[in-house]
Design a protein around this ligand. Sequence first.
Ligand code: SF4
Length: 188
Amino acid sequence: MTLQEFTAEDFRQYNYCSRIIYFRYVFRIQPKRTYKMLKGQEYHDEKIRRKTQSKRENRTIHYNKFIAIKDLGLSALFDAIVEERGAYYPIEYKTGKSYPKIPYHHLMQLIVQAIILDSYYNTNVEKGEIRYGSEKRLETPITLKDKLAVLKEHTAMLQIVLNETMPSPTAHEGKCHDCEFWLMCRRA
Ligand code: SF4
């Protein structure tokens, strides 16, 4: 049996609402994209997806790199990977709402990206960065404990898919307003 692959983005979604994983991988639904998602896509296409690489002194930034680590069942399309004096870390660009500190669902996406880079470059990624719009940059340390938390979530996500169990809806009803799966879900 092939290992179910998850993307770093799936972990972000799982931490937004675990039911999304059920719709994505059990129902395999491709819902219509919301207005907010389309705006985000436009921003990425215009500001990031056209770039390939930039270099300055000891720092190289690789843009739009897709990496899949089959043995881990993990993959990610990286907005940017910074390579600086032999160390690597991911940068994720976000549109829409900004936060005073990195929220957990964005943090988990970065940690999964860090694990993928660890394996791909045979390194130990110790931090990540999120940019909200063009103004705000938030950096976070990434520890071994963080990476182990991803393994635990990976198991929980696999169980949803293999057992075909629909999780309860998120406790935060406000999240449903922006959710692309609302029409199939309706918190039923
Ligand atoms: S509509 Fe709400 S409960 Fe349903 S998948 Fe979306 S966020 Fe989760």
